[in-house]
Design a protein around this ligand. Structure first.
Ligand code: BG6
Length: 452
């Protein structure tokens, strides 16, 4: 099937920083070639040539790892159409011009998703067409449900990609391999043996000029509602029958349905924003003083909550999710802390329980265990088995685009998962808005309001 690729929001930051580089990687890997045309749609008054010039610069900045000759091949496939993505007539022109069987990608601010999809629903999507919608998917559960209703008028669920690029990160996919392609872990992967699960994504980056989006989203909507809850779903899900869209979405959906939001909001959730400080060599101002930020919104740059998964496997195990910007160290990992051994044969020692760490960016897996020491063999020592994984061949967006063009939605958030994630997060947002949890502060470059 010959596909075309239609990018709504084709001159946006996301397109230039992630989508075009992802496409270039696919050309370089030989997954795509000259038979895919890309049509970018936006309100700019540009010609094809002007768009190609813009794309050339974006690719030079964001895909320097792809040889220039390959970048030029991608640029040769790019076309541009001036249009308003919320107007049915403009979308009809875009689909007519793109031809073939389109992947329509909404690389747009999420406030425009609904009018765009409504306009698209007037036009209809050609048979076999695929829809990709960026994140955050809606503002709340009702909005997500409404988006789902419109999407289902346009295409079957297995032709819809609700984008979450974390699903295409190497170590994230390795959660599946580690758990379900080995006999070793699954028998102890439950409340009987696991004390706590932590999912941490600390960033050293600050706002980076994204106030227009970020200041109305905040860390909870930007990261926890989607990326980190998806990681929780993969860590906690039952074994899938198949590793494809049907197999994974059913199991992830079950987990999210079982997640109970915090009851004690002040005890089990934290929100904070950074104040001026130094991260590495960089001086950052107060978040509230960053350009484009409205301090009265009280947008959080740090968010944390602890939930439980109320099912047979996980009852009582806390899952702590944490993310923040402008933190001292970019600690990004899933940490599985096991329970202590049932009987201590080493009477003088109190060994730490085993810890399994799945590191993200750079990817790796560490298992901290207790061994008899190299010195006195009756002493215990803490040792770490460390597997460093080489960088993935494709970036997360490269892999997502590959799967999308192949029509396989395994690395997508399903309709149920999107709505369930809002169900979990909504009471936290409401408690925060009601002032039940005070907005804390942490200096940029510190370990956050709560030490990592
Ligand atoms: C994005 C968030 O989805 O993920 C950003 O909007 C965040 O705020 C980013 O920085 C982190 O992902 P990655 O892959 O860039 O580390």
């Amino acid at each position: 099937m010959k596909r075309s690729f239609v990018v709504l929001g084709g001159t946006g930051d996301l397109t230039g920083r992630l989508l075009l580089p992802g496409l270039a990687e696919l050309f370089e890997a030989g997954v795509l070639d000259e038979d895919v045309d890309v049509l970018a749609v936006s309100r700019h008054d540009w010609s094809d040539q002007e768009y190609q010039d813009w794309a050339r610069h974006r690719l030079a900045d964001h895909a320097p790892h792809v040889p220039e000759a390959t970048r030029d091949r991608v640029i040769g496939r790019l076309g541009f159409l001036r249009g308003d993505v919320t107007e049915a007539a403009d979308l009809r022109r875009a689909l007519d011009r793109a031809g073939d069987v389109p992947v329509v990608y909404l690389a747009l601010p999420n406030t425009v998703f609904r009018p765009t999809l409504e306009a698209l629903a007037e036009v209809g999507l050609p048979e076999g067409g695929i829809l990709a919608v960026e994140k955050p998917f809606g503002r709340d559960r009702a909005d997500a449900a409404e988006l789902n209703r419109i999407l289902h008028r346009l295409a079957p669920e297995d032709a819809v990609f609700r984008i979450d690029h974390f699903l295409a990160k190497q170590t994230v996919l390795n959660v599946l391999g580690l758990r379900f392609a080995n006999r070793l872990f699954e028998p102890v992967w439950n409340a009987g043996h696991i004390e706590q699960v932590e999912i941490v994504f600390d960033e050293t980056l600050g706002l980076e000029g994204r106030a227009g989006y970020y200041d109305t989203a905040g860390a909870l909507r930007d990261m926890l509602q989607n990326h980190l809850l998806q990681l929780l779903a993969l860590v906690a899900m039952e074994p899938p029958l198949t590793v494809d869209a049907a197999g994974l979405s059913a199991r992830k959906g079950d987990v999210l349905r079982a997640v109970r939001p915090p009851v004690d909001m002040a005890g089990d959730s934290v929100r904070a924003r950074y104040t001026a400080g130094t991260v590495g060599e960089r001086e950052l101002p107060d978040y509230a003083a960053e350009e484009g930020v409205d301090p009265a919104r009280e947008t959080e740059t740090y968010a944390e909550f602890t939930v439980t998964v109320d099912n047979w496997r996980w009852a009582g195990v806390p899952f702590r999710l944490r993310t923040g910007k402008a933190l001292r160290a970019g600690r990004r990992e899933i940490v599985i802390r096991f329970k202590p051994v049932p009987h201590l044969a080493f009477t003088d020692e109190e060994p730490q329980p085993d810890v399994l760490r799945l590191r993200l960016d750079p990817d790796g897996i560490e298992l901290e265990v207790n061994l008899n020491g190299a010195g006195d063999p009756f002493d215990l020592e803490r040792r770490t088995l460390d597997i460093a994984l080489p960088p993935a061949g494709l970036s997360a967006y490269g892999l997502l685009l590959r799967e999308m063009l192949a029509g396989d939605a395994a690395l997508s958030i399903s309709d149920v998962e999107a709505e369930e994630s809002w169900r979990i997060v909504e009471p936290i947002l409401a408690a925060w808005q009601a002032g039940e949890v005070p907005l804390g502060e942490y200096p940029a470059g510190s370990d956050g309001p709560v030490p990592g």
